[in-house]
Write a protein that binds this ligand. Structure first.
Ligand SMILES: Cc1cc2nc3c(=O)[nH]c(=O)nc-3n(C[C@H](O)[C@H](O)[C@H](O)COP(=O)(O)O)c2cc1C
Length: 147
């Protein structure tokens, strides 16, 4: 099971994004996160060269996940301007990044970004398992006791 993100960036003619579940945290100092971007994706060029924002989707945002995966969808995304990159208006959480480093990942490129800002709201999470979307309740027990 993974969470579901839309990775957003400034396109030539306005904000753009692509649905990605390869998001993971990498380093605390410096704060680094990673997404794995298909070389054939239209977003590959901008995401390997410029700032981006990882928008972690809430349980009710499956239509956005479908839209930014290229599926026909009858919704218009709402955008917010970040310091470096545009982001979706109401994601469950967002992580704004400046470019850090890219690595060869076969037919994907591993894109590491340095976190410059982030935020979150309350809510349940959208998940992806066995090619299906699902949800995870915020009330699910965590590992706070380990920290
Ligand atoms: C749940 C889900 C997760 C995805 N994760 C990734 C990913 O991690 N990396 C990637 O390159 N594409 C991923 N994709 C596929 C892209 O969302 C899809 O190819 C999209 O059309 C790319 O848009 P673009 O060509 O405009 O960049 C995922 C799709 C879905 C539905």
């Amino acid at each position: 099971m993974t969470g579901v993100t839309v990775v957003t960036f400034a396109g030539d003619d306005g904000p753009r994004g692509a649905t990605m579940n390869s998001f993971t945290s990498v380093s605390a100092d410096p704060p680094l996160v990673l997404v794995s971007v298909a070389r054939k994706a239209r977003s590959h060029g901008p995401l390997t060269t410029g700032p981006f924002c990882v928008n972690i989707l809430g349980a009710e945002q499956e239509p956005l996940a479908r839209l930014f995966a290229g599926a026909p969808a009858d919704i218009e995304p709402s955008w917010t301007e970040g310091a470096l990159a545009p982001r979706l208006s109401h994601p469950l959480a967002w992580v704004e990044c400046e470019p850090w480093q890219t690595y060869d990942g076969g037919d994907h490129t591993l894109v590491l970004g340095r976190v410059v800002d982030l935020g979150h709201r309350d809510g349940d999470a959208l998940t992806y398992t066995w090619s299906r979307f699902g949800t995870l309740a915020e009330s699910t027990g965590g590992i706070e006791h380990l920290f």
